[in-house]
Design a protein around this ligand. Sequence first.
Ligand SMILES: Nc1ncnc2c1ncn2[C@@H]1O[C@H](COP(=O)(O)OP(=O)(O)OP(=O)(O)O)[C@@H](O)[C@H]1O
Ligand SMILES: Nc1ncnc2c1ncn2[C@@H]1O[C@H](COP(=O)(O)OP(=O)(O)OP(=O)(O)O)[C@@H](O)[C@H]1O
Ligand SMILES: [Mg+2]
Ligand SMILES: [Mg+2]
Lengths: 153, 153, 162, 162
Amino acid sequence: KLNAFLTAFENVDNNFQEIFAELSDGEGHLVLTNPSDPFNGGLTIEARPRGKRMQRMEAMSGGEKSLTALAFVFSFQRYMPAPFYAFDEVDMFLDGINAEKLAHMVKRQSEAAQFIVVSLRKPMLQNSDRTVGVTQKRDGVSKVTGVMLQHAS
Amino acid sequence: KLNAFLTAFENVDNNFQEIFAELSDGEGHLVLTNPSDPFNGGLTIEARPRGKRMQRMEAMSGGEKSLTALAFVFSFQRYMPAPFYAFDEVDMFLDGINAEKLAHMVKRQSEAAQFIVVSLRKPMLQNSDRTVGVTQKRDGVSKVTGVMLQHAS
Amino acid sequence: MHIQQIEIDNFKSFSNKTIIPFEQGFTTISGPNGSGKSNIIDSILFCLGLSSSRTMRAEKLTDLINNASKRREASVSIMFGNTDASDDEKVIVTRKIKDSGASGYGSTYYLNGKVATLTEIHDRLSQHNISPGAYNVLMQGDVTGIINMTAMERRKIIDEIA
Amino acid sequence: MHIQQIEIDNFKSFSNKTIIPFEQGFTTISGPNGSGKSNIIDSILFCLGLSSSRTMRAEKLTDLINNASKRREASVSIMFGNTDASDDEKVIVTRKIKDSGASGYGSTYYLNGKVATLTEIHDRLSQHNISPGAYNVLMQGDVTGIINMTAMERRKIIDEIA
Ligand SMILES: Nc1ncnc2c1ncn2[C@@H]1O[C@H](COP(=O)(O)OP(=O)(O)OP(=O)(O)O)[C@@H](O)[C@H]1O
Ligand SMILES: Nc1ncnc2c1ncn2[C@@H]1O[C@H](COP(=O)(O)OP(=O)(O)OP(=O)(O)O)[C@@H](O)[C@H]1O
Ligand SMILES: [Mg+2]
Ligand SMILES: [Mg+2]
């Protein structure tokens, strides 16, 4: 049981270091608070955006936290790949540049798995293959309007 | 003490009904869960976006909840006006139309009080009188760059 | 193996039977606040038994039935398949809820049209790494949840997938 | 009566002494993720004694001192005034923290340049309805907090202003 956990942790940590470097401009890794007895400890994330000092996630800015949390989710998704992923507005805290980086990463990942992403942000919509529009008239009935194909590029 | 509370509650509720109608396209009001003994109860918010049924805040969409919570904050701000307000990215969940409505409301309110609003959203930036830019070079040192005056309109 | 179609009938704000086709690759869903985008994500969680009513923003399961129609039952059906697979290689998961008022309510799962238990559905899906612990569905606010959770809770995420 | 100037010195990511002028009306602050926007809001909360170190994302007060510089003290000064008021009608609130390493740390408030207690600062500010309970400062995530709080907590907000 401990071995299963340590194997998973090591894999997820390796994924995290790679993905975090790609998404942000720095380096990060996962830390077990109790490495000799993991089940009696927790898991924290330490990261160092480029040019800044190593800091625990709690001290970061809204956008930095968001990017770190997403990198963490992608790390264990990559360890146990699923056939589809559904994300609901995960790009809210991100500025234009980071939203673009995230959209590019999803686009790359979508060659291996299906991504269904709810978003209001241009970078995400423009990088997707198609957009499903959802609207409501005054009667509160949801309606799916046509699928808008993005420019193939 | 009870009277002080009920006076405050009544005023805040009146403000809420007015502000909520202005921000969203519907009607809402505050509800004391224990009207005969308020200090042994809580306060919930019921709202009815136009065309939809009355619902408790928990069931609303992300943007609807956000607008409702903001209307609530503005309601007690209007009861006890402060000389300045500082908002940090309160427009994250809002679509373009709602972000515009919120920005217009802040603009109107700013005739009576000073508003300092952190935002990444165009509607907010364009409706403000001026924008203070904040940046960092690779060394992690924050720097305030010039103040950009919006078009007077 | 991907979602080819989601059929939503009388569920939350979808009072009309709505069929949404999905393709491989990267699809975005967009629209105004309150239009129903998150409800589509909820329909996936509901159909595949991936969450409780609370995480679909309903106090009880019957709150998920469209509240503007007289009809007191709702269903969601998801068809999984491969682009080059034949029809008998598709997997269709369906879930219906029916509100019988005073006599309670019923929730029934179907696998390829035949009644199935939640365990049978979960076993079939977990063969493809689809399960509540997999976090392959990130809801509005989940990112903040991961940021704000305690170190212990975050470690338990790894327990789930170990 | 509005904020005319915020002077931030060695506080969080502002390692250089930074003077930011503010005018009446509607000012926005913008810039990339991690550039320091929320830190400006934190400097207001810090200076006016409106919150605890946790809500400024620091584990302890001394975490607020810029961590890249050798200097172990930080200060924030806020000047309030009216556009047509004379200099002696202005109110300047200042707060300094100094980390003395093993011998602890000190936090000192000043009102118009003279040492003052937090109570004196709060009394002066509450005459203008500025206080922690007033919610006139909404931090990143506070809106979500209001949505997610219990009904009891929400009612207590009214208790505060009654
Ligand atoms: N049982 C129900 N019957 C009818 N309408 C419902 C039901 N449950 C929820 N709704 C409605 O669905 C709407 C919310 O839809 P949803 O959360 O999908 O919006 P959204 O598109 O994600 O918006 P946002 O961008 O604000 O997150 C709400 O306005 C709510 O009133
Ligand atoms: N004591 C400190 N010394 C130096 N830098 C610090 C200190 N405390 C915090 N920081 C840095 O300040 C940065 C965060 O700034 P801030 O939260 O103001 O960003 P922001 O502009 O609000 O970004 P976002 O748009 O992502 O919310 C972090 O990168 C953090 O490393
Ligand atoms: Mg939503
Ligand atoms: Mg911020």
